[in-house]
Design a protein around this ligand. Structure first.
Ligand SMILES: NC(=O)c1ccc[n+]([C@@H]2O[C@H](COP(=O)([O-])OP(=O)(O)OC[C@H]3O[C@@H](n4cnc5c(N)ncnc54)[C@H](OP(=O)(O)O)[C@@H]3O)[C@@H](O)[C@H]2O)c1
Length: 336
């Protein structure tokens, strides 16, 4: 039986009393919580609004001020933004100035040649649609969601610049841009007078593509980094230690974490990492989040969640972000 949540919401008065840590995004004046919450999964039309509502309330109570969306989150595409509007209207709209809300455009959103990638036509129309769906005048960060091999980068960046100048977004971001693309985008945006705030990229103990050059590029350019799927979509938690639960991401169909990816060799590493976490007095999720946040260029770890308990667990990672050399070596041994 599900317990109905109270209809009125009063945020926890102690939400900024040191339980969460905040970091500047690159060389900007905007601070993000070290743990941010994304609405990619579990906020679609197919999901229970009350669960989403309880998760956003708890997140905000724990000092998580940043919620990340995209035009295509759902399913169906667009529905996570519509659900978010419902929750804003019921609970969070009075606290709009305490929130950093982001959305993106880049993936397939509507039929025809103007519904994806990076043209000015697509980005500006898409953000207008997103603002309507969320009932907002502006978002805090608007991202180009993925590099477009066809559209001139100047056009895409000029669209971001225009969006910021029009006040529809306060900051411009890029996502999934590699080191070279990041440097090029940063240079164009700088020239236009709208600095690039942040690059949103995947990063976890199981996915280290950003390490050779992208982290350094962001650091040098003064761009923040926010890491998505820091828990490898749930693999780097205790979720799969006892098998694949039916209600988990790998247990469901149509997700990006397939059953076949939950391999015995991954689980072996997970068990060993779990031991290291326990020795630090942390859960594995907390260890995995602290680990991506160890680099000086890192701003925030962007988690997803399906329950309030998961959010509580992840938010508590902020309590211990420091590593000894020995712990880092032990982790490297497991990942080698
Ligand atoms: N820019 C991009 O291209 C891009 C791409 C992907 C994602 N993102 C953003 O990044 C956000 C996060 O991505 P993600 O959901 O893949 O991140 P993730 O944090 O790696 O995985 C989230 C999943 O891990 C499990 N989980 C979370 N906390 C847990 C805990 N404490 N204990 C046990 N299990 C836990 C849950 O799985 P169950 O659902 O199985 O319970 C949850 O749905 C998205 O919402 C989106 O905003 C951006």
């Amino acid at each position: 039986m599900t317990v109905p949540i109270p209809q009125t919401y009063t945020p926890a008065p102690d939400r900024y009393d040191g339980r969460m840590a905040y970091r500047y995004s690159g060389r900007s004046g905007l601070k993000l919580p070290v743990i941010s919450l994304g609405l990619w999964h579990n906020f679609g039309e197919v999901d229970r609004v009350d669960t989403g509502r309880a998760m956003l309330r708890r997140a905000f109570d724990l000092g998580i001020t940043h919620f990340d969306l995209a035009n295509n989150y759902g399913p169906p595409p667009g529905s996570a933004e519509s659900t978010f509007k419902v929750i804003l209207d019921k609970d969070l709209r009075p606290y709009r100035d305490e929130l950093v809300i982001s959305t993106k455009a880049g993936y397939d959103m509507w039929p025809g040649p103007y519904g994806e990638w990076g043209s000015r036509k697509y980005l500006i129309s898409s953000l207008d649609q997103s603002l309507k769906r969320m009932g907002l005048d502006y978002v805090d960060i608007f991202y180009h969601h993925r590099p477009d091999p066809e559209t001139p980068l100047e056009e895409t960046m000029m669209a971001l610049d225009q969006i910021v100048r029009q006040g529809k977004a306060l900051y411009a971001g890029i996502s999934n841009y590699n080191a070279q693309q990041t440097r090029q985008a940063a240079a164009i945006l700088r020239e236009l007078g709208t600095p690039c705030l942040i690059n949103q990229v995947s990063y976890s103990m199981f996915n280290r593509w950003v390490e050779p050059d992208l982290l350094e590029a962001c650091h040098q350019e003064g761009i923040g980094t926010i890491f998505f799927s820091p828990l490898a979509q749930g693999l780097l938690t205790d979720r799969y230690l006892g098998g694949i639960p039916e209600d988990s991401r790998a247990g469901k169909t149509g997700t990006f974490l397939k059953r076949e990816q939950v391999t015995e060799s991954k689980l072996n590493s997970v068990r060993r990492l779990n031991e290291i976490a326990l020795a630090r007095g942390q859960t594995l999720a907390q260890l995995a989040l602290a680990w991506v946040l160890r680099h000086p260029a890192s701003t925030s770890a962007l988690i997803g969640a399906s329950t309030v308990r998961q959010i509580e667990d992840c938010a508590a990672a902020a309590k211990n972000l420091a590593f000894t050399e020995g712990e880092l070596r032990e982790i490297e041994d497991v990942l080698a």
